[in-house]
Design a protein around this ligand. Structure first.
Ligand code: RNT
Ligand code: ZN
Length: 422
């Protein structure tokens, strides 16, 4: 039997097995096809960016590893991302940070950037049919050296970063308009302190003021949506983070922005699974930064963990997919960076698919009847249903490599392209 036939046969059997549990795998695949995942540009070059005066990675972020072949120019980064997209089923998005603009070798400071610096990216996205998302870059800059940006005590520095934020929202809108796909612009700032502060209030007062000034400038929500991302701590900001979870949840609800949940931004035993249905009570839409913390907010490549499966379950069971913008956020410099994108994105999609082929109605019935024995028994049985056969079929149907076959393509790309970057 040909390989393609085997995959079809395996899928046919799996489909029957799922159908016996009341699950329609065809419907699941139809739904999955419509869910975009936003790949983050910063996995491609260890959060480096393309500024002329590029400083070291700051803001308490750290990309560890020195795997050869990282992208050094926008053209290289686009080629790498394009390779990754060709190995991932479905149509997706690309998330850019402001310091990945194309500045033509000129010194363009953060408060001076405009849509013209992202023309190359917009043209590229158009050609590939991708949507773009955006992020102001409030780190790796002299004016962020003390880890205070929008909440800085210095009025001039605050003004500089407010201008940057406004410029970015306008760039986001230009991207959304040009592509006909709403851009989500995510605001994350590194502001905080290494040691215990005396004044926890002042920086938060200033942050609220800065954000309000930044968001006051009207931007068409059809083209750009604003989101805010909190955090627990960063390297060098272990004791105090101005934009904490509570801070931004309150901000998002009161100001009607989106709210970003990053899976790496909570205490090590705390996951975002249970936060989703709570946050959705009060917010129409959210942004996810799917990451993987190992002992700390280490931004490891996303694997198909229990946590990832649970996130997929919550989004699918709660019918939240239409209200969730799924983005990835990790940066591993110790492995092939194209592979890092492919592994993480394919895992995100697998987690969603797994949730989509869950026999949810049966599970709900058991739960409603107070039959928790059945609920647990069936949940555990569902873990080993033939998801792989459905996933393989989906990849084949979408014209991307099945199983680990994508790896050979990445290895060939490494030999032919990445290895020449000395
Ligand atoms: C940092 C935040 C933020 C960044 C990116 C690069 O802890 O998660 O989202 O990772 O903006
Ligand atoms: Zn994040």
């Amino acid at each position: 039997m040909s390989k393609a036939r085997t995959i079809e046969q395996a899928y046919k059997l799996a489909r029957e097995q799922y159908a016996a549990l009341g699950v329609d795998t065809e419907q699941a695949l139809k739904t999955l096809r419509r869910v975009p995942v936003s790949l983050h540009c910063w996995q491609g070059d260890d959060v480096g960016g393309f500024e002329k005066f590029g400083t070291e990675l700051g803001g308490g972020l750290a990309a560890t590893g020195n795997y050869p072949g990282k992208a050094r120019t926008p053209a290289e980064l686009r080629a790498d991302a394009e390779k990754a997209f060709s190995l991932i089923p479905g149509r997706h998005r690309f998330s850019l940070h402001a310091f990945y603009g194309e500045f033509g070798g000129k010194l363009v400071d953060r408060n001076e950037i405009g849509p013209e610096h992202f023309k190359g990216w917009i043209d590229w996205a158009k050609r590939l049919g991708l949507g773009l998302d955006f992020n102001p870059t409030f780190f790796s800059h002299a004016k962020a050296a003390d880890n205070f940006t929008l909440s800085n005590a210095d009025k001039g520095i605050r003004k500089f970063w407010i201008e940057h934020g406004i410029a970015c929202r306008q760039i986001g809108a230009a991207m959304g308009k040009a592509l006909g796909k709403t851009c989500v612009t995510n605001v994350w700032i590194p502001d905080g302190m290494k040691d215990t502060p005396v004044d926890r209030v002042g920086p938060r007062d200033r942050l609220t003021d800065s954000l309000d000034t930044m968001f006051k400038v009207p931007v068409n929500p059809k083209h750009n949506l604003d989101s805010v991302e909190g955090k627990l701590f960063g390297i060098g900001c272990e004791s105090y983070t101005v934009g904490s979870h509570e801070y931004y949840l309150g901000y998002a609800i009161s100001r009607k922005t989106l709210f970003t949940l990053d899976t790496g931004h909570y205490h090590p035993t705390e996951t975002i699974t249970d936060k989703l249905s709570s946050v959705f009570q009060f917010l129409p839409e959210i942004l996810l930064h799917v990451s993987r913390g190992v002992r700390w907010d280490s931004d490891h490549v996303v694997v198909l963990s229990n946590e990832l499966e649970e996130i997929g379950q919550e989004l699918v069971r709660g019918h939240f997919l239409g209200r969730t913008h799924i983005g990835l956020d990790y940066f591993d410099a110790s492995i092939n960076r194209v592979a890092a994108w492919v592994i993480g994105t394919r895992n995100m999609l697998k987690a969603l698919l797994k949730a989509m082929v869950e026999p949810t109605p049966t599970l709900r019935q058991a739960e409603a009847a107070g039959d928790y024995t059945t609920r647990l028994a069936l949940l555990e049985e569902a873990r080993t249903l033939p998801l792989g056969a459905v996933w393989d079929y989906y990849c084949q149907q979408q014209g991307v490599p099945v199983g680990a076959a994508w790896l050979a393509e990445v290895k060939a790309y490494e030999r032919g392209v990445l290895a020449t970057r000395k």
